[in-house]
Design a protein around this ligand. Structure first.
Ligand code: FMN
Length: 192
């Protein structure tokens, strides 16, 4: 296994894949890594949908800006944030929608947690020599019916996964001094 900073440095968004299938045990390892992600109150408000069906992939491609590597990658995983996992059990039978203003905070916290699980899976896939690409260019109303996702759930992203057939160069990052500061948002920029 690589040192983690080397792994993070090696990760790229990959948009061209070989057709080689991903072995089941590798996919299982990726999903188990997502399962290990931390979450507020250990609520684990996520669902992972593993997509390998051609028609479902085509439909996802259609609602996600026609990004064709959704069809070309052997697997796409949808990460879904489930608001009902964050609310008290006695309210879980109520009709709850991601569009409810009164549940905005719950939605934000649910999406926050599910995103951590998604990133865990991306890094696990990278560690397995796989390429990934986050895709979030879709509307909830368009993507939910494709995957039969209910109204109380938010599709955080779909992530294409496969053996890379391209080696993209690194995209630039903002300097640490612009994004990190000591003790307060508006004070001394970070330097070591
Ligand atoms: C939440 C999120 C949504 C993204 N959506 C898309 C997308 O719809 N299509 C795409 O090609 N890349 C998408 N990306 C990939 C970014 O463009 C990419 O991460 C960024 O340019 C940095 O490049 P790198 O991942 O190779 O370091 C997305 C990334 C994130 C984190």
């Amino acid at each position: 296994m690589k040192n983690f900073i080397d792994l993070a440095s090696a990760r790229r968004s990959v948009r061209k894949y070989k057709s080689d299938p991903i072995p089941g045990d590798v996919l299982d390892k990726i999903l188990r890594t997502g399962q290990l992600a931390p979450s507020g109150n250990n609520s684990q408000p996520w669902r992972f949908i593993i997509i390998d069906d051609e028609e479902v992939k085509r439909n996802l491609c259609e609602v996600s800006g026609k990004q064709k590597w959704i069809i070309e990658s052997p697997i796409t995983i949808a990460i879904v944030a489930d608001m009902k996992s964050k609310i008290k059990p006695e309210f879980r039978d109520n009709d709850i929608s991601i569009d409810d203003q009164e549940h905005r905070e719950v939605l934000l916290k649910t999406v926050r947690d599910a995103t951590i699980a998604a990133d865990h899976m991306v890094m696990a896939a990278t560690d397995e020599g796989l390429g990934t690409c986050w895709i979030a260019l879709f509307e909830q109303d368009d993507i939910r019916p494709v995957l039969n996702v209910p109204q109380h759930c938010y599709v955080v992203a779909i992530i294409t996964i496969g053996y890379p057939d391209e080696a993209p160069s690194a995209k630039p990052r903002k300097p640490l001094s612009d994004i990190a500061s000591r003790n307060s948002f508006d004070r001394e920029p970070w330097s070591c």
